[in-house]
Design a protein around this ligand. Structure first.
Ligand code: NDP
Length: 281
């Protein structure tokens, strides 16, 4: 019988812990503050930003909202980031992606001070992760480590296969699993015989962006399966990159979609917000 890893419950547990931490910091006169920048009116981005603001409210972190029109220029956005970098009352800065096409995303992410980069996307933070130094870690992979640890999944010495090598999920995930002493393999669209590789995994982390692509034939009996994918099917039902009904009976533990990795991303963003005030203090 498989066990479902309950990301909703674990993320609530983390947010409750952070709430206590934020209250303790407040007693010392230390107040984290997150500046959230949204450019344009993409409805999905609007929902994500609102969820982030709600999470801030829940743990007691102040959030400042900058909702800029679609036609905002790159120079205007960079100017706002510069001001927020210099503002000592702001500890974390988040720019909601994607940005409108006329704005260079790399230039924007580079402009955020690495000390306020709560998304962990700045090359300085990515580099720190790579060489084992402290710094902000991308929220989704950091959340997956918490999911595994808090579900008592042993990582050290295990075969971990990650499908996907994006900068925000696959690559940082591989570095974090390496830090936890797993033996790590990364697969991507050019991997030959994907099934042969994934069937070696004690821990299989799937971040492909293809609904229900991973079926039972990709999974070793008794593996732990983490599904990062999120897709809205017709009829509005959500699903992941893993065919849950087919795969779950062959796993020891598995994350569902929704209610698995998704809620952890925001919990870890809140964790980074709290860390940001300590880093900037
Ligand atoms: P990307 O599209 O950036 O990366 C997808 C990766 O999968 C690429 O490395 C690609 O390989 C690889 N890939 C694509 N097709 C195949 C295939 N047939 N076989 C093997 N590998 C393949 O996606 P992200 O990493 O940004 O996101 C992955 C999924 O996770 C998406 O569904 C996204 O919505 C979701 N997501 C969920 C989050 C959450 O909070 N729950 C947060 C972030 C993402 P190549 O590099 O060769 O092109």
């Amino acid at each position: 019988m498989y066990e479902i890893i309950d990301g909703k419950a674990i993320s609530t547990e983390i947010k409750e812990e952070l709430k206590v931490k934020v209250a303790e910091l407040a007693e010392q006169g230390i107040h984290p503050c997150l500046a959230v920048i949204l450019v344009g009116n993409d409805p999905a981005s609007g929902v994500y930003v609102n969820n982030k603001k709600k999470a801030c409210e829940f743990i007691g972190v102040k959030s400042l909202s900058y909702e800029l029109p679609e036609e905002t220029t790159e120079a205007e956005l960079l100017d706002l980031i510069r001001k927020l970098n210099e503002d000592d009352s702001v500890s974390g800065i988040l720019v909601q992606l994607p940005l409108p096409k006329h704005i260079n995303e790399d230039a924007v992410l580079l402009a955020i001070s690495p000390k306020k980069d709560v998304d962990g996307f700045h090359p300085e933070n990515v580099g720190a992760l790579c060489i084992g130094r402290s710094g902000f870690v991308s929220c989704t992979p950091a959340g997956i480590i918490q999911l595994l640890k808090r579900s008592n999944v042993e990582i050290a010495g295990k075969e971990c296969v990650i499908i996907g090598r994006s900068n925000i999920v696959g690559k940082p995930m591989s570095l974090l699993m390496l830090r936890e002493n797993a033996t790590v393999t990364i697969c991507h669209s050019k991997t030959k015989d994907l099934k042969e590789v994934t069937k070696r995994a004690d821990i299989l982390i799937v971040a492909i962006g293809k609904p229900k692509m991973i079926t039972a034939e990709y999974v070793k009996e008794g593996a732990v399966v983490i599904d990062v994918g999120i897709h809205r099917l017709e009829g509005k039902k959500l699903c992941g990159d893993v065919d849950f009904d087919d795969v779950a009976p062959h796993c020891s533990k598995i994350t569902p979609v929704p209610g698995g990795v998704g809620p952890m991303t925001i919990a870890m963003l809140m964790n980074n917000c709290v860390d940001s005030v300590i880093l900037n203090g």
